[in-house]
Design a protein around this ligand. Structure first.
Ligand SMILES: CCCC/C=C\CC(=O)SCCNC(=O)CCNC(=O)[C@H](O)C(C)(C)COP(=O)(O)OP(=O)(O)OC[C@H]1O[C@@H](n2cnc3c(N)ncnc32)[C@H](O)[C@@H]1OP(=O)(O)O
Length: 338
């Protein structure tokens, strides 16, 4: 490598480390210790495997080993039972695959794991992140409905806080984020996709959209802001009210996704898109992203507690619980009938 390109890389690395990352700073103040505090949960404890992950520092470590690194070697960060995370040591691009059968629904444990892994990849200096799914035909079915149905209030609050946190981390991420949408992506699944900088969706009988009204619930302001920022105000008005689930072709037509390709081409398309984005100086790219996204992030950052209170008071209403119960029963019925 020439001296000129070395010093440019150094300057970029320095700029990255100096960049005052408002979201992360803010979050680390608000929610320190997410990675180290055992989360007692309904079904399990989330910590052991995450702490094992945090002993590794693949991006930094491996960049020092550049001379001996094989081109495109994949370094697995291991798996917890919910996520499969690996890092390409030559590019610093991480791939995070959701693997929570049957439908990658976002429970408290799952969201906690996602937050911890995002923090880890960010602090390891990863430059890019591909979010995908290991489950065929499913990106994510959105929020785990049983978290909201007949809930324990303390857990419900933690669930919503962790969802907020995940959104804040991902929407403002310093990494280049690309969603590889190889399956259905309703509600929270669509939200996660929209947080990414670029969305590649597989063609076929799949759907994506914010369908909350179909469950009788109302997407909070930060969900709708994210949609407005993605597809524009008018399209968002219709989509939110109708709970519209778009086909891949419809989604690309309104800009909800950026590319639709055959399923077998999703990985290659994501890789070539990432390669293009990686050519842009990282600090300039990230500051440009924040210029557009920070006002939306700030709106939630300034009202997090109020948003949790609103959510809890809304979701625990008898009428809303009734709607959720009916929706869950219909899902189960449909699943049984298959
Ligand atoms: C103020 C509140 C704001 C809330 C904001 C966000 C809301 C959300 O994100 S709510 C979640 C909304 N999600 C959905 O409406 C999606 C529902 N699921 C589906 O449409 C389908 O499951 C899907 C198209 C994703 C996949 O279809 P299939 O592959 O055919 O799977 P099945 O439908 O047979 O489902 C298998 C199994 O999973 C259960 N399931 C599905 N989605 C959820 C979910 N979101 N939460 C919990 N459980 C879910 C489904 O009932 C089946 O269970 P079993 O009957 O036990 O097999």
């Amino acid at each position: 490598m020439s001296m000129a390109s070395k010093s440019m890389l150094n300057a970029q690395a320095l700029a990255r480390s100096r960049l005052s990352y408002r979201c992360y700073n803010h979050l680390s103040k608000i929610h320190v210790g997410l990675g180290s505090t055992p989360y007692s949960t309904k079904n399990s404890k989330v910590t052991a495997s995450h702490q094992a992950h945090s002993l590794l520092s693949p991006c930094k470590l491996l960049s020092q080993q550049k001379a001996t690194a094989r081109k495109f070697s994949q370094r697995s960060l291991g798996q917890d039972n919910l996520l499969d995370v690996s890092v390409d040591s030559s590019s610093g691009v991480a791939t995070l695959k959701m693997q929570k059968p049957p439908v990658n629904s976002f429970s408290l444990e799952f969201l906690t794991s996602l937050c911890i892994n995002l923090d880890k990849l960010h602090s390891d200096g990863c430059r890019g992140l591909v979010i995908g799914s290991s489950l065929p035909k499913i990106f994510s079915a959105g929020l785990e409905i049983t978290e909201m149905y007949q809930p324990d209030e303390a857990r419900l609050r933690e669930f919503w806080r962790t969802l907020q946190e995940f959104w804040i981390k991902l929407y403002g991420s310093q990494m280049i984020t690309i969603a590889a949408i190889t399956g259905h992506s309703p509600a929270g699944g669509c939200l996660v996709s929209m947080c990414c900088d670029h969305r590649v969706m597989a063609d076929g009988k799949l759907t994506i959209g914010l369908n909350e009204t179909l469950l009788g619930i109302v997407a909070p302001r930060w969900f709708s802001d994210t949609l407005i920022n993605t597809v524009g105000h008018r399209e968002a008005e219709r989509a939110l009210q109708l709970g519209k689930l778009y086909s891949p072709q419809e989604a690309v037509a309104v800009g909800l996704v950026d590319q639709v390709v055959p399923l077998e081409s999703v990985a290659a398309t994501v890789e070539s898109t990432m390669a293009q984005w990686l050519k842009i100086p990282s600090h300039a790219r990230h500051l440009s992203k924040l210029q557009l996204r920070q006002p939306t992030l700030d709106r939630l950052l300034h009202t997090r507690q109020e948003d949790i209170d609103n959510f809890v008071s809304f979701i625990t209403k008898e009428s809303i619980q009734k709607s959720l119960g009916m929706y869950l029963a219909a899902l189960k019925q449909r699943s049984k009938a298959k």
